[in-house]
Design a protein around this ligand. Sequence first.
Ligand SMILES: *[C@@H]1O[C@H](CO)[C@@H](O)[C@H](O)[C@H]1NC(C)=O
Ligand SMILES: *[C@@H]1O[C@H](CO)[C@@H](O)[C@H](O)[C@H]1NC(C)=O
Ligand SMILES: *[C@@H]1O[C@H](CO)[C@@H](O)[C@H](O)[C@H]1NC(C)=O
Ligand SMILES: [Zn+2]
Length: 325
Amino acid sequence: MRMLRLPGITFLTLAFVIQAGTAGTWCYDSQDPKCGPLHWKDIMITCGGENQSPINIDRRKTQRDRNLDEILFEGYDQAPPGRWRLINDGHSVVMNLDGASAADQINITKGGLQDTYRALSFHFHWGDLSRNGSEHTVDGQQYPMELHIVHMNTKYKTITEAKGHPNGLAVLGFLFKVSDADNTNYNTIVTGLRNITRAEDYVELASTFSLSNLLPNMALLSKYYRYKGSLTTPNCEEVVQWTVFEENIPISKTQLNAFVNTLYYKSAGTTSLKMTNNFRPPQPLHGRKVYASRDATVSRGSLLAVNHLFPLLLAVLIGQLSGPS
Ligand SMILES: *[C@@H]1O[C@H](CO)[C@@H](O)[C@H](O)[C@H]1NC(C)=O
Ligand SMILES: *[C@@H]1O[C@H](CO)[C@@H](O)[C@H](O)[C@H]1NC(C)=O
Ligand SMILES: *[C@@H]1O[C@H](CO)[C@@H](O)[C@H](O)[C@H]1NC(C)=O
Ligand SMILES: [Zn+2]
């Protein structure tokens, strides 16, 4: 098949893609493996690049960067005014944040970021009833769900302009863990899911909340990993400064199952498919470095044990040498 791909045919395919746009041409394997993540690079050449996301974060191979201090979160503790519209965009559940006036901007700066980045929207990736669905993995482990808060460099005027620059976007990634109790801060969103079962449905949320309500305790957010990557959906532009936090967001199994069970993808013909496993698997690092913030954990298991054991062993030895003879 590959041998038959003449330049003329490639050109035709490209022309088709440009004409059709990308909106309807990509999907997840749970919709149709023929347009799933393995084929995105055929639809959009950037998806086959060398700086793609998500990745596996191998904590033994991260490099400590002491410049990665605390991120300054501005406006994260205030409920943004205006409409809180939750949308089923056919791939995920999305909340737009950018309606607020300039004075009420939600933004991040510091934490090794050279510029100020304004929050535009957030969305989620999840698995199914028996499978975890985060995009980033840590030490090879996938988590049940992942939250992405997308920010745009305030140097640029539009998201299209930002997507043309390597430092155009900053995305914050948070991994969820299953807790026994409900995370009541997620009640408004979880309840709203029932109103947006079909693609392009939206609902104005009954109550507003601050973004920090959705996150782990802000005091624990100095522990994170940073690397240069891409958007995890086509066109997979390599313009993202990624921050993946070490601290997890708790959510109950019932709340998690509401994401897995309630929503549907854009229907293809007459069949409606449940929106499950809407994640892209980890992509090759291709020599990229992953940096650990000042406070992040850089190793675990045996390495961590050695770090703690060595001083202990020394203490025991010294104790024996200097003990009564
Ligand atoms: C960042 O957000 C704060 C508070 O929401 C706002 O006062 C400030 O002007 C924003 N900064 C930029 C550069 O947008
Ligand atoms: C799914 O995630 C949980 C953490 O909440 C973890 O304990 C479990 O091992 C993960 N399962 C798989 C198959 O990775
Ligand atoms: C959302 O759906 C519930 C029923 O599940 C309904 O009672 C409620 O009015 C709907 N809310 C909106 C804003 O449409
Ligand atoms: Zn995402």
